[in-house]
Design a protein around this ligand. Sequence first.
Ligand code: KG4
Ligand code: ZN
Length: 343
Amino acid sequence: MLVLGIETSCDETAVALVKKNECKFGGKTIKEIVFSQTKKHTIFGGVVPEISSREHIKTLKKITQRILKKTNVKISDIDAIAATCGPGLNGGLLIGSNFAKSLSIGANKPFFAINHLQAHILISRIVEQIEFPFLVLLISGGHTQLVIAKAYNSFEIIGETIDDAVGEAYDKTAKILGLGYPGGPKIEMLARKSKGENIFILPRPMIKKKNLDFSFSGLKTAVRRKVEKTNSKEFTTDLAYSFQLAVSECLIDRCSGGINKFLKMFGKGYFLMAGGVASNKYLRKKMIELCEKKGMFFFAPNPKLCVDNASMVAWTAIERIINGEKGDSIKFLPKPRWSINEL
Ligand code: KG4
Ligand code: ZN
């Protein structure tokens, strides 16, 4: 089974050809091209939707042609065409889904409208045999959620952010520190240089609250206040370290509660990290320590599969096909807001 996946929900234009393994679980990316637009958005300190749409239009067809040429695969050899249809920026979603629909009509192949968050969650199963139910910490630029994955198409959100997403907090803090966009990798790299000796006192929003929700907007504001008082190279390094430490402690507290709830319900299982922020090595280490303490199996995919990619889009279509789904109507319209509760 061979599926073409298309991802255009934010600032990456990505196309991938993914094959299901024949005799065992999982699958393999035959070829993927990710065209990152970050350089175009850097000077604005964040993603500009109009620029993002224009870039998707410019690159999507070229990338798709290159994938087919390099793999020597004809469109007629492909079993289905899948595109992210939400959540995300409407312009990008329209461009990617219309392109996929056109290919699907032209080649007479089924079209799959893919939920981006479901794709972030399921992609781990392309490489690791992780059985349902499992617990997921989904942390990206737009989302921060604790999710129980009950089946390939059934998800329960048990906690989520009441304001900024973690990735958004990293990006906004990096902007305040003058580090540029995207902020996540920049803060992680800078924090690594700190000796951790001069830790700034920053808030730990939601810690010890009974529910499992998150909050990150206060953290960024606290960083801004510190910056207004002083600024030096060393100061920025220590502040980046202190910010990441605060984020990790908030995540550990919330995930600890989530794991307790999951273990009460199911006894044992996997804890997964998903989404762009899950590529952060420091946060991964902290989550591995937490899982060891709690007796949960831990898994986080290769960083390339954490950030936005098209393999996860194609793989989600494969999971749906394995479960007997035939595809979506060409009339399916993108949903800029599309919760995984609504699948
Ligand atoms: O999943 P993703 O690629 O796109 C969305 O669906 O939002 O996530 C992008 C987010 C950005 O906010 C970026 O700063 C963050 O992931 N990110 C990181 C790291 N790499 C990417 N955050 C912290 N540490 C990283 N190493
Ligand atoms: Zn994403």
